[in-house]
Ligand binder design. Structure first.
Ligand code: HAM
Length: 420
């Protein structure tokens, strides 16, 4: 029987990976432009990190983690997200005692055992950023601005920025009690998931997509009306700084995020046209995360983009040509006896950063030209006995069909001219 990729995973074939490289390049460059540097953390961590960091009542921790015992019976988990790992790395490497804030970005696969559908996978990819060590609400504004600039650079349109504040543990507790009193008489209307969630984290009911739950919470009290002075001021400055920078947002009272570490600012970007999984990215402030993971109290804020969803949106609205990372030159070898000459010439081209290849399967000249076309080569160089003897080589542009013969030593200059 044929072995297939596990459910919820897929291959990124070369025709697609050029797009991934392009997206990652834009995101890396944009993050670097805002002062971020890359961090690479392990793909798996101690399970406890996510239990403590993400929260042991969240869907991610209770239902979606790929956890396993290693050969020494340690419980390890394939990372479902990147923020907890960054907090762990900050603590373990004592980064918190250096110059703050630190700005990190990361990209790579994340793993969640979720029901696969369009835009939702079990192995998916995020590009995330985290800032540790600043309470300033202007940092929140700058982080959100970075997200918006990234989406703009990728040419994405119809992005909706949703914004909310989930307060601090003190004002959230007051709000929680208000919300519980509001929902209590309506619990019979809640879906099974929410009835379980309700006891541990009633705020999660607010972003349930089930129609009955949405009806049950109609007219619910808004958290921003329960914020303490500090949290209300913080939120006010974040909104003012976005307005100052011309960033449009909608205040979304239902936005509570699915991870427990958030405090104050919470945000998501949606592109409704990509389907029900419309959140291309989300994030927020997490001032309690580092201490929850065993470090000294250190504030933080960040977000992650879901790259599958970014790609989905880019493919829906093809706004620009994808870069061509194909072959520059196919060397058409007209005689097997010229193999050694071909080896040397190919090597010279490649050393000169020209992407070059040849046929090894004994194709006829006509078939080699077809092969060049299939590979998307921009030029062919023809190598036959006669040319080698005369010390010249003809190069032909595949776009224009124009052919020019030059002495061997001038070939690289000719190729560069034609490719330019
Ligand atoms: P998150 O909202 O869970 O946040 O994920 C961020 C983004 O990852 C989502 O908006 C979505 O685009 C994508 N995503 C999540 N799950 C899947 C999935 N199963 N398949 C495809 N894409 C998915 C976090 O992960 C936080 N760590 C973000 C953050 C960073 N907050 C602060 N700093």
């Amino acid at each position: 029987m044929e072995i297939r990729a596990p459910r919820g995973t897929y291959d990124i074939l070369p025709s697609q990976s050029v797009k991934w490289q392009y997206i990652e390049k834009i995101l890396r460059e944009t993050a670097a432009g805002f002062g971020y540097r890359e961090i690479r953390t392990p793909m798996f961590e101690h399970t406890e990190l996510f239990e403590r960091g993400v929260g042991d009542t969240t869907d991610i921790v209770t239902k979606e983690m790929y956890s396993f015992l290693d050969k020494s019976s340690r419980s390890l988990t394939l990372r479902p997200e990147g923020t907890a790992s960054c907090a762990r790395a900050l603590i373990e490497n004592r980064i918190y005692s250096g110059v703050l804030p630190v700005k990190w970005y990361y990209t790579g696969p994340m793993f969640r055992y979720d029901r696969p559908q369009t835009g939702r996978y079990r192995q998916f990819h995020q590009f995330g950023v985290e800032v540790f060590g600043s309470h300033s609400p202007y940092v929140d504004g700058e982080v959100i601005l970075l997200l918006i600039r990234m989406l703009e650079k990728l040419g994405l349109q119809d992005c909706e920025l949703h914004l909310n504040s989930v307060g601090c543990p003190v004002c959230r507790e007051t709000y929680r009690q208000k919300l519980v009193s509001f929902i209590e008489p309506r619990t019979a209307q809640l879906c099974d998931d929410c009835r379980t969630r309700y006891d541990k984290n009633p705020l999660r009911v607010l972003d349930c997509k089930e129609r009955t739950c949405q009806a049950a919470v109609q007219g619910f009290p808004h958290i921003i009306d329960s914020l303490c002075n500090d949290c209300a001021n913080h939120y006010g400055v974040v909104k003012a700084s976005l307005t100052e920078m011309g960033v449009a947002y909608v205040e979304d009272h239902n936005l509570v995020r699915g991870l427990d570490y958030y405090t104050n600012t919470a945000f998501e970007v949606h592109i409704p046209s990509i389907g029900t999984q419309s959140a291309v990215g989300g994030g927020g402030r997490y001032d309690g995360l580092v201490s929850a993971c065993g470090g000294p109290a250190t504030p933080g804020i960040g977000f992650a983009l879901g790259l599958e969803r970014v790609l989905l949106a880019m493919d829906r609205h093809p706004v620009r040509e994808w870069p061509d990372l194909g072959l520059d030159v196919l060397l058409v070898v007209l005689d097997e006896n010229l193999t050694v000459n071909a080896m040397h010439l190919l090597d010279r081209l490649r050393v000169a950063d020209i992407r070059a290849d040849r046929d090894y399967n004994g194709r006829s000249m006509k078939a080699q030209l077809k092969f060049a076309d299939k590979l998307g080569a921009r030029m062919v160089v023809l190598m036959g006995e006669d040319e080698v003897e005369r010390g010249v080589l003809p190069g032909r542009s595949m776009d224009t069909g124009q052919q020019q013969e030059v002495p061997q030593e001038d070939l690289i200059a000719l190729i560069k001219r034609i490719l330019a």
